[in-house]
Design a binder for this molecule. Structure first.
Ligand code: 5GP
Length: 193
């Protein structure tokens, strides 16, 4: 999505440790008009899939997923992050390693909101090593739901997440893929969308 690439060039900041800050428009201050455009694009990319629910992970995925969901007319479920999980059989849970915070945490979704009848689109802001998406896929697998696709705003293509998901045949679309980044240079991949 060219408009997203231009916005990243204008408003993004590259930080040490391979972190791209896009808090001016995506995950702190949120540019709603622009996120609406991304919602329309996700709708176009996944229009052939029978999606009845969007799944994301707190915190920064939630706002984006809510806007995207309006174009699919479906509910959003977000996986909650927790330090300690009470295993009473009412939740699906797995562990996720955080790229930005360098720690492992539990994520969970209530069994009330995910089941074999569901056709899921995963939405998230970033794809780096793929741990967050992998955790969500695990919860979907446990629930018996069908994964219809994964929609990512910004994929860091120099990390392994995207490559591994595509290798497994997962229907992944990233609106912008960064192949390399440094303080004064961002290289975007031409293919995909
Ligand atoms: P992964 O689990 O794929 O390694 O990392 C994805 C998660 O880490 C995303 O949910 C996102 O919140 C965070 N993340 C990964 N890389 C970046 C980055 O460069 N910038 C920001 N702002 N978040 C990132």
């Amino acid at each position: 999505m060219k408009a997203l690439e231009e916005k990243i060039r204008r408003e993004g900041q590259v930080r040490p440790g391979n972190i791209l800050k896009v808090d001016a428009f995506l995950n702190h201050q949120m540019d709603i008009a622009f996120i609406n455009e991304m919602g329309k694009e996700f709708r176009r990319l996944f229009s052939d899939r029978p999606i009845n629910k969007i799944l994301t992970i707190e915190a920064s995925g939630i706002g984006i997923a809510c806007i995207v969901a309006q174009y699919f007319q479906v509910p959003v479920v977000f996986a909650k992050k927790s330090q300690s999980v009470n295993l009473d059989g009412s939740i699906y849970t797995t562990k996720v390693a955080s790229f930005t915070h360098k720690k492992v945490y539990d994520i969970l979704v209530s069994k009330k909101f995910l089941g074999p009848e569901d056709h899921i689109l995963i939405i998230d802001d970033f794809l780096a090593n793929g741990c967050a998406v992998e955790g969500l896929i695990q919860l979907i697998g446990e629930s018996g739901a069908t994964l219809e696709g994964v929609g990512i705003c910004i994929e860091k293509g120099f990390q392994k997440g995207g490559r591994e998901l595509r290798k497994r045949g997962i229907n992944l679309h990233s609106l912008a893929i960064i192949d390399s980044m440094s303080d004064n240079d961002l290289v975007f991949r031409e293919e995909d969308v």
